[in-house]
Design a protein. Structure first.
Length: 160
C-alpha cells in the first residue's frame, strides 16, 4: 500500500517527466530517496541528443554507486514515472538499490505506444522482476499512470 509520501515522490517524477517533454525529450523522471526520506538525486530523460542510455534510472544507479554505501543503497527507494527498461533494471540490480515504485508500467507503455502507432524499439519490453532477482516493486498507480500516458501522447502527437 502506497503512502502519501510515496505519492508525493511519484508526483515529482511525473513533474520531471513533463520537464523532459518540455525540453524536447521523452517524458520520464525519477527520484532517489534515502531510508530517512531525504531526496538524494533526481533527474529526467536526456536521450534527445541521441545517447539512448541517458535514462534517469540509469543516472540514479551510477550516482548511487559513487555516493552511497551498499547498505544505504539497499534501504533506498527509487521512484519513477515509468517502470525501468531492462537496461535500467540491470543497472539498479547491479548496484544493489532497494525498492522501486513506479507510476506506469512498461506493459502500459508498450500498449500506449502501439495505440499511438509508434514502432517497437530494439530492446524487449521486460518487467523489472524479469531482470532483477528478488526485486521489490510497486506499481502502477492508475491516476498517475493516466497522467504519464497523456505526456507520451503529447510527445508522439507532436512528432506526428
Amino acid at each position: 500500500m502506497l503512502t502519501e509520501t510515496d505519492l508525493k515522490h511519484l508526483r515529482r517524477c511525473v513533474e520531471l517527466a513533463e520537464t523532459a517533454l518540455e525540453k524536447g525529450d521523452e517524458p520520464f523522471g525519477s527520484v532517489l530517496v534515502s531510508a530517512e526520506g531525504e531526496v538524494l538525486f533526481e533527474d529526467h530523460n536526456h536521450v534527445a541528443g541521441g545517447d539512448y542510455t541517458q535514462h534517469p534510472e540509469f543516472a540514479i544507479a551510477r550516482w548511487a554507486a559513487s555516493h552511497m554505501a551498499p547498505d544505504d543503497r539497499r534501504k533506498a527507494i527509487v521512484y519513477t514515472s515509468g517502470e525501468h527498461c531492462p537496461m535500467c533494471s540491470a543497472a539498479h540490480g547491479m548496484v544493489g538499490l532497494g525498492k522501486i515504485i513506479y507510476a506506469s508500467s512498461s506493459k502500459q507503455l508498450a500498449t500506449w505506444l502501439r495505440d499511438f502507432g509508434v514502432e517497437q524499439g530494439p530492446v524487449y519490453n521486460l518487467a523489472i522482476e524479469e531482470v532483477i532477482r528478488d526485486a521489490q516493486v510497486e506499481g502502477p498507480v492508475p491516476e498517475l499512470a493516466e497522467q504519464v500516458r497523456e505526456l507520451h501522447r503529447r510527445l508522439h502527437v507532436a512528432k506526428g
